[in-house]
Write a protein that binds this ligand. Structure first.
Ligand code: ATP
Length: 438
């Protein structure tokens, strides 16, 4: 029998009214359809840890798709079905999402060595999960709203700050869980339990990873590299020999660790300045991990991870381009803004953050941050229309003039509109003259 406990009070204290409202409505809808609804997994774990979560995962004992259709209709939300899996994603007007799954007996396969036991369908759903800390469920039906169901001692493990698998074949079933164990351990400051650690070591020794698709490995690695501070998790992966088991070139030495710490600082700096600007944080770390790899090795690793072409391009050619830039700027620390601009124009932010992460030179860092913060936004005050008005004949010369004005502005040689117009006149009269060479 599972441990149960009323956690209504905890929910009222820790969840926001809109989230509580959604949960109550979900429970009402389920009850009307004669189903049971549970909020499960990371959501409940994070509730216990007092951490905020965005994802709401609901498991329906019954037809999850029928529930999702009805619930989305009531909440005026959009819904997507995955018939084959009996799952649905509900998206609300504000962009927040709820995942819905169906718990039905016929869907589950037991690992061969385990005896078949009768379980309620919610218990079966939870039994398939990765770690005990992710197996808590809270009933949402009105008559049991807030009733916590703990089948696998999740509360104890959360209290003891321990990551434990549910059974000894867990990593045989799905070796990507090893990456997840490390990610949760480091994110929450927990420790992987002794038995579980033994199972990880065994899985690495037996090379369970060989048969895993690159796509799945990469998915988990990427999630680690997107963590707030991925460095301890990367060190832990290295400790388990997990990285070299993916590719022998992924050896982590002191220098790499130092560069990764520097990456964290650079990335935090950027995130603070540009809160909502999306970029591939994981890519910056990946490029740092790949630093100095020969082209063939890089290609092998990209093959292993099954990186899609555009990501591959950045990890390979994009990284080399960034290295070339670094090499050049280290030799030319006193460059003009216009030169810096021309060199960095077209660089992706990931490439620039990579350079900032791997260089020891404060001058280089300052150059790049100046480009990111100001130079890349500089534009001439005048437009083609203005050139027309001062009598310059339209043609390819326009873009040349405007480009030269941009460079003059970057180097602070023009300030006002009048400066720019005068520059344009002189340039148009004598494109080969000293203005151009200045
Ligand atoms: P995060 O905060 O990173 O989103 P999460 O716990 O919500 O963490 P997800 O990756 O979103 O993790 O997965 C949702 C739930 O699905 C988890 O709580 C976990 O129990 C389950 N899960 C995910 N991946 C696996 C897996 N490989 N094996 C078993 N269960 C998994």
């Amino acid at each position: 029998h599972p441990k149960t406990r009323d956690i209504k009070r905890m929910m009222n204290e820790r969840l926001t009214p809109p989230v509580l409202d959604i949960l109550k409505n979900a429970g009402n809808t389920a009850a009307e359809l004669e189903y049971s609804a549970y909020v499960v997994g990371g959501f409940v774990r994070d509730l216990f840890l007092s951490r905020s979560t965005e994802d709401v995962d609901i498991v329906i004992e019954g037809d999850g798709i029928a529930f999702a259709r009805e619930f989305a209709g009531r909440m005026k939300a959009r819904v997507h079905y995955y018939k084959k899996f009996g799952t649905a994603v509900i998206t609300f007007a504000d962009g927040s999402k709820i995942d819905v799954a169906s718990a039905r007996l016929e869907y589950y396969q037991f690992p061969a060595a385990l005896p078949t036991v009768e379980m309620s369908s919610i218990k079966l759903d939870l039994f398939r999960r990765d770690f005990t800390i992710n197996t808590l469920a809270v009933c949402l039906n009105p008559d049991k709203f807030g009733l916590l169901v703990d089948f696998f001692s999740a509360q104890r493990d959360i209290k003891e700050k321990t990551i434990r698998v549910l059974h000894s074949l867990s990593f045989v079933e799905d070796p990507t869980r090893i990456f997840r164990a490390v990610r949760f351990e480091q994110r929450f400051g927990f420790t992987i339990g002794k038995m579980t650690e033994g199972l990880i070591k065994n899985a690495v020794k037996m090379e369970f990873f060989r048969r895993l698709s690159g796509h799945r490995v990469f998915g988990e690695l990427r999630q680690i590299l997107e963590e707030d501070d991925p460095v301890p998790a990367i060190e832990r992966l290295a400790e388990f020999n997990l990285l070299v088991s993916l590719h022998e070139a992924l050896k982590i030495d002191k220098k790499t660790v130092a560069a990764l710490h520097a990456t964290r600082e650079v990335v935090s700096w950027y995130d603070l300045l540009f809160v909502d600007k999306p970029y591939m944080k994981w890519m910056v770390y990946l490029m740092v991990l790949m630093r100095g790899m020969a082209q063939q090795t890089t290609e092998d690793l990209c093959d292993r991870l099954e990186l899609p072409p555009r990501h591959r391009e950045m990890a390979d050619a994009g990284r080399r381009e960034a290295d070339t830039f670094l090499h050049w700027i280290q030799r030319n620390p006193g460059i003009k803004n216009s030169e810096l601009y021309q060199r960095l124009f077209g660089f992706r932010v990931e490439q620039m953050l990579y350079v900032m992460s791997v260089t020891d030179s404060d001058t280089v860092k300052k150059h790049i941050s100046r480009y990111i913060l100001t130079l890349q936004h500089v534009a001439p005050l005048i437009k083609g229309k203005d050139l027309n008005e001062i009598g310059i004949a339209p043609g390819p010369l326009y873009s040349e003039i405007l480009r030269k004005i941009l460079y003059a502005r970057l180097d602070e040689k023009v300030r006002t509109r009048e400066d720019e117009l005068e520059f344009a006149m002189r340039y148009a009269n004598d494109p080969d003259g000293w203005w151009k060479r200045r």
